[in-house]
Design a protein around this ligand. Structure first.
Ligand code: AMP
Ligand code: GLY
Length: 343
C-alpha cells in the first residue's frame, strides 16, 4: 500500500516476505530454484508426521510452517521425542495456527553461516558472512533460540562464497523475478555448510537479530555509500556498490533473561546497567529492557546485546564483547561463554 502511494520502501512486498513467513512456501521456492536443501515432507497431524518419519533416520527435524520467533524448529533424536513435538504442534497447538502445518525435514550436519544480501529483486550484493549461535547453551546444546551471539565476518574456505553466490543466491533471486515477486530489501540465507556443499535451511526477509548488530558496523561509509544511500538505492530498484571495512571484526554476545526461551523472567533488575560506560569498542544495545525509577529491568527474552569491535582480530572483538557482558551481568542472566569458539 505504501508503494502504491508512491512512498519509497526498503523491504520486500508481502508476497516476497512469505519466504520467511511460510517454511512450506520457502521450501517450494528452493525446490523450484533448484538449490540444494534438505529433503522434506509437509505434515499436518501426528499420524502424517510419524508416517513421513519412516523415510528418514534420526535426528528428526520438525519445522512449524509459520512464524515462531525462533522457537518453531524441533530437533528430536528419537521417534518418541518427535511424536511429542508433533503432539505439541498439532494437538496442543502450542504455536497456534503457525504450527497447524509443518515440514518434517532430513537432518543436515555441518556448520551454519548466515549469508545476507541486499537485492532489488534482479541482482544482489552480498554482506559479509556471519555466524549465529542458535542453541541456548555452550557447545551447541539445549533448545533453539532466536540467536545467542554472532561473529562477523567469518572466514570461509576458498571458493565457498563464490559457490554460495552462484548456486544459492542467484537461482533464488532469479526464481523470485521469474514469478514476478517484487523484492527490494534484505534477503537472508540461513545455510548449513555440509560436506556436499551449502544447503539452504531457511530464508529471512530482514536483517537477522543478532546478525544486524555485527553487520551494520562493517560498512565503510567513508569510502562508499552509507546505509541510508544503500537502502535508498535498493528502494529505487538499483543495487549499490558497498565497501566494507576489511580489517574490522565484530562480536555480539546476547544476554538473555532467566527462563528464556520458554518463559523469560520479566522485571528482573539489571543493577549495573545504568552505570555502564560504553566505548566505541565495547558497548551494549538494548533489546528487551524497560526503564524503571532510575534503572533498568528485563522485559523480554533476549534482553541486551554486548557488542565488541576490533580493528585487529576477532579474539579482541570477543574480549571487548565479554568485557561489556561482565560489566552489566545481572542475577539469572543467560550468556553463552563460547560465542565465536565453536564451528
Ligand atoms: P530455521 O529456522 O529453519 O533456520 O531453523 C532453526 C535452526 O534449526 C537452524 O539454524 C539450525 O540450527 C537448525 N536446523 C534447521 N533445519 C535443520 C536441518 N535440516 N538439519 C539440522 N539442523 C537444522
Ligand atoms: N538470528 C536469526 C534470525 O534473526 O532469525
Amino acid at each position: 500500500q505504501l508503494r502504491e502511494q508512491g512512498v519509497l520502501v526498503f523491504g520486500p512486498s508481502k508476497e516476497g516476505a512469505r519466504l520467511e513467513s511460510s517454511k512450506i512456501h520457502a521450501k517450494e521456492i528452493m525446490q523450484a530454484a533448484g538449490v540444494f536443501t534438505a529433503r522434506s515432507f509437509v505434515v499436518d497431524s501426528v499420524a502424517s508426521c510419524l508416517a513421513a518419519a519412516r523415510e528418514f533416520k534420526p535426528p528428526y527435524v520438525l519445522k512449524a510452517d509459520g512464524l515462531a520467533a525462533g522457537k518453531g524448529v524441533f530437533i528430536e533424536k528419537t521417534l518418541a521425542g518427535l511424536e511429542q513435538a508433533a503432539r505439541a504442534l498439532f494437538e496442543q497447538r502450542v504455536l497456534g495456527d503457525a504450527g497447524a502445518r509443518a515440514l518434517l525435514e532430513e537432518f543436515s550436519s555441518g556448520y551454519e553461516v548466515s549469508h545476507l544480501v541486499l537485492t532489488n529483486g534482479k541482482t544482489a550484493v552480498a554482506l559479509p558472512p556471519a555466524r549465529d549461535h542458535k542453541r541456548l547453551l555452550d557447545g551447541d546444546q539445549g533448545p533453539n533460540t532466536g540467536g545467542m551471539g554472532v561473529v562477523a565476518p567469518v572466514s570461509l574456505p576458498d571458493g565457498l562464497l563464490e559457490k554460495i553466490e552462484r548456486d544459492v543466491v542467484a537461482p533464488v533471486v532469479r526464481e523470485l523475478d521469474r514469478r514476478g515477486i517484487l523484492f527490494r530489501g534484505v534477503l537472508y540465507f540461513g545455510l548449513m555448510i555440509t560436506s556436499d556443499g551449502p544447503s539452504v535451511l531457511e530464508f529471512n526477509t530482514r536483517f537477522g537479530d543478532p546478525e544486524a548488530q555485527t553487520l551494520l558496523p562493517l560498512l565503510d561509509e567513508h569510502r562508499g555509500p552509507t546505509w541510508t544511500e544503500a537502502f535508498t538505492a535498493i528502494a529505487q530498484g538499483e543495487v549499490p556498490k558497498l565497501v566494507w571495512n576489511e580489517r574490522r571484526r565484530i562480536a555480539c554476545v546476547v544476554m538473555a533473561a532467566e527462563g528464556y526461551p520458554d518463559s523469560p523472567v520479566k522485571g528482573a533488575v539489571i543493577p549495573k546497567l545504568k552505570d555502564f560506560v560504553p566505548t566505541t569498542e565495547s558497548y551494549v544495545l538494548h533489546a528487551g529492557t524497560e526503564k524503571r525509577s532510575g534503572g533498568y529491568v528485563t522485559s523480554g527474552g533476549r534482553v541486551l546485546n554486548a557488542v565488541g569491535v576490533s580493528e585487529q582480530s576477532l579474539d579482541e572483538a570477543l574480549a571487548q564483547a565479554y568485557r561489556a557482558v561482565e560489566s552489566v551481568r545481572w542475577a539469572g542472566c543467560q550468556v553463552r561463554a563460547d560465542i565465536g569458539r565453536t564451528v
